[in-house]
Design a protein around this ligand. Structure first.
Ligand SMILES: *Cc1c(COP(=O)(O)O)cnc(C)c1O
Length: 497
């Protein structure tokens, strides 16, 4: 399996090269040259395996330059109870009639990002070895809160790497900020940006594609790579849990092999839902992919009209990991939907950069309508949903997951579709404790963040994840705050080049 770039189909690299480079030199994203297929029998067989082996099975179709031993080295180290609080790694909660919560937050940082970022460092160091790269790998991350912490935990003290994380100063939850500021490890750095997530991400992308910076690093025995979902090594682990969830439903007798399911994903950068799209096109029987957004609803409008327009107000919401107006991974979807037309992608994404807006062709609009549904909700509706699920089912979900539940409920009411449905549950409710507690109690409370956690524990009967409980006594190590214009200079200074 080779990988092409969305902005130049003639680029052809191995998975080890795609993973170490992160983004293609001309700014495109790497995509596998074809989507490997799984038969229904193979999917069923996957259900009999433990999670690490399910992952290895899926990876063997994409990372064909890795040996079986290399793949198992990665999966066995990443997906164990050393890092995850449950045996199953991801858990399916059978809660509502025909509706299942795919809990992806039992890892060390309590968000679904761990599913990919626990394994990415293994992929990256294994890839570097395979292609005889003797450079230090510098990971730059732009985060809306969860990726940053998950990447820091994944890469801390990993030999041959260092990691620097940028987050929007006022765009993350207090718990997320605390998690990052207290990060341990000798090769880590954390810095706040006076701006929003898109500013952080644009800054990182600009540094990645700056030739003089690249040369400077090379001269000093270093190279950049990415832990954002622009890196294929971030995306492919996410395909696994959709295959796994389907196999699990078959195994549990909830569905018959071959039955279709819907998948609902609370979406920001379009990575998680793109992984579901890949799972579908590998052979997982899927009816609709339902894209759920908060009030930053650029994706809802895009899927419903075919016009992507980022020229709109940006809102800070109670689901901050979805406060994004430029969804990077859409580029991969459109590359596939245009039949891998790199010229078309260059045109649209050129327009996005210059005018903040583009409109896709009628053909692509039809494809979007066939595969996707989209909806959004505001903060008040998000909190109402947390409250009503708790009242009805005794289940406590986080703010992002609640957006997905609300959009799904609206979809169901509008269409009458009774297809069994998997909702991606992307974070522990403890991570967004202020909003979750307010939703549960129906009123705001001025107790501190940790007392809120204790209060949620009392109400939800959910165990407090040890990683969050420990935060209380950790010293803060990082307090830098910079202007977005200074990101490049900051990086070079910190690297000493
Ligand atoms: C990152 C994140 C999302 C959005 O996922 P994308 O892959 O960016 O679409 C949703 N919920 C939570 C909790 C997240 O951390």
């Amino acid at each position: 399996m080779f990988y092409n770039s969305t902005r130049n189909s003639n680029v052809k690299v191995s998975s080890a090269e795609a993973i170490t480079q992160g983004i293609s030199a001309e700014g495109g994203l790497f995509v596998p040259e074809s989507i490997p297929e799984l038969s229904l029998e193979e999917i069923k067989a996957v259900g009999e395996m433990k999670y690490a082996d399910r992952a290895a099975y899926v990876f063997s179709k994409y990372l064909t330059d890795f040996t079986e031993a290399e793949i198992h080295y990665c999966t066995d180290n990443a997906y164990s109870t050393k890092n995850f609080e449950t045996e199953g790694i991801s858990e399916l909660a059978h809660l509502f009639d025909g509706t299942y919560m795919l809990e992806l937050w039992h890892g060390p940082t309590c968000a679904f990002k761990d599913m990919a970022l626990q394994i990415l460092p293994y992929f990256l160091t294994t890839s570097a070895k395979k292609i005889n790269l003797d450079k230090k790998i510098v990971i730059l991350v732009a985060t809306s809160g969860d990726t940053g912490k998950a990447a820091l935990e994944g890469f801390k003290d990993v030999e041959g790497t260092s990691i620097m994380v940028f987050y929007p100063e006022d765009g993350v939850s207090p718990m997320q900020k605390r998690q990052m500021k207290t990060q341990e490890g000798s090769n880590v750095g954390v810095c706040a940006i006076k701006g929003n997530f898109d500013d952080c991400q644009n800054g990182v992308k600009a540094i990645f594609t700056d030739d003089s910076v690249k040369k400077n690093l090379e001269d000093n025995g270093m190279m950049f790579s990415s832990a954002n979902s622009i890196n294929w090594g971030r995306l492919v682990p996410q395909v696994v849990y959709y295959v796994s969830a389907y196999a699990e439903l078959v195994k549990d007798g909830e569905i018959e092999l071959g039955d279709k399911i819907n998948i609902v994903v609370p979406t920001g950068n379009f990575g998680n839902i793109l992984a579901a799209y890949y799972a579908k096109h590998m052979g997982v029987p899927v009816n609709k992919l339902i894209c759920a957004s908060n009030i930053n609803n650029v994706l809802t409008d895009f899927i419903n009209t075919g016009v992507y327009d980022r020229n709109r107000n940006f809102f800070a919401t109670v689901s901050p990991s979805m406060d994004i107006l430029i969804s990077s991974n859409l580029e991969r979807l459109l590359y596939l939907m245009t039949g891998r037309d790199d010229a078309q992608i260059r045109e649209w994404f050129g327009k996005l950069a210059s005018e903040g807006k583009y409109e896709v062709s009628a053909d692509v609009k039809a494809k979007l309508a066939e595969e996707f549904c989209a909806g959004y909700c505001d903060d008040a509706q998000t909190k109402e949903t947390i409250h009503s699920i708790y009242e009805k089912y005794g289940y406590t979900c986080d703010t992002h997951t609640a957006v997905a539940v609300k959009v799904y409920n609206d979809y169901k009411a509008a269409t009458g579709d009774t297809t069994k449905t998997v909702i991606a549950s992307t974070a522990s409710p403890y991570k967004f404790s202020a909003a979750v507690l307010e939703a549960l109690e129906g009123k705001t409370s001025d107790i501190d963040e940790y007392d809120k956690v204790d209060k949620i524990a009392e109400l939800s009967k959910l165990e407090i994840p040890s990683a969050l409980a420990d935060l209380r006594n950790k010293p803060e190590r990082f307090s830098d705050v910079i202007d977005k214009a200074d990101q490049k200079e900051y990086v070079l200074r910190k690297l000493g080049v």
